[in-house]
Write a protein that binds this ligand. Structure first.
Ligand SMILES: Cc1cc2nc3c(=O)[nH]c(=O)nc-3n(C[C@H](O)[C@H](O)[C@H](O)COP(=O)(O)O)c2cc1C
Length: 146
């Protein structure tokens, strides 16, 4: 099963920590949506999209990559980190996936250190996240994908 994960992780590299742990254990191609433009997802059976959350959804470059690069009918999954856990963060990504007739395999999200806006004044929010346990759970999530 050839797998790629397209990601953006610009705030503190929180999401990338999850992906690095996954890539350490499993053979997976990581594609940085900020830096890489010239890539083809058609060669992959399964495609993950991973991101921090901004204003309630995945970062814009990841959503753009989904719109522009995700071929029809692929298996997809989502990974994210956020300042405050809520259950709607993958809605925008799921909407795009559905338009592309993708099969959504699942999602994993956890907290990630957040210093945006006013949180910065108090030394940030969700400090120390993702924790080692949260990172391990991300690896377990990936391993559980069928
Ligand atoms: C501009 C901006 C907006 C954010 N908006 C939200 C938000 O709406 N909800 C939330 O839970 N976290 C929000 N956060 C926090 C990030 O999603 C969180 O810190 C995440 O772990 C960052 O991931 P990264 O380090 O991989 O970029 C925001 C962060 C930034 C920089």
């Amino acid at each position: 099963m050839k797998t790629a994960i397209v990601y953006q992780s610009y705030h503190h590299g929180n999401t990338k920590k999850l992906l690095d742990a996954i890539a350490e254990k499993y053979e997976v191609t990581l594609i940085d949506a900020e830096k890489q433009r010239d890539y083809d997802l058609s060669q992959y059976d399964r495609i993950g999209f991973a991101s921090g959350i901004a204003v309630g959804k995945f970062y814009s470059k990841v959503l753009k990559a989904m719109k522009e690069k995700l071929p029809e009918g692929k298996e997809v999954f989502f990974i994210f980190t956020c300042g405050v856990m809520k259950d709607r963060y993958t809605n925008a990504a799921k909407k795009i996936a559905r338009k592309k007739n993708a099969k959504i395999l699942g999602e994993y999200g956890c907290l990630g250190y957040d210093t945006v806006g006013i949180f910065k004044l108090f030394g940030g929010f969700a400090k120390g996240h993702p924790t080692r346990e949260e990172i391990e759970k991300a690896v377990e999530f990936y391993g559980s994908l069928k």
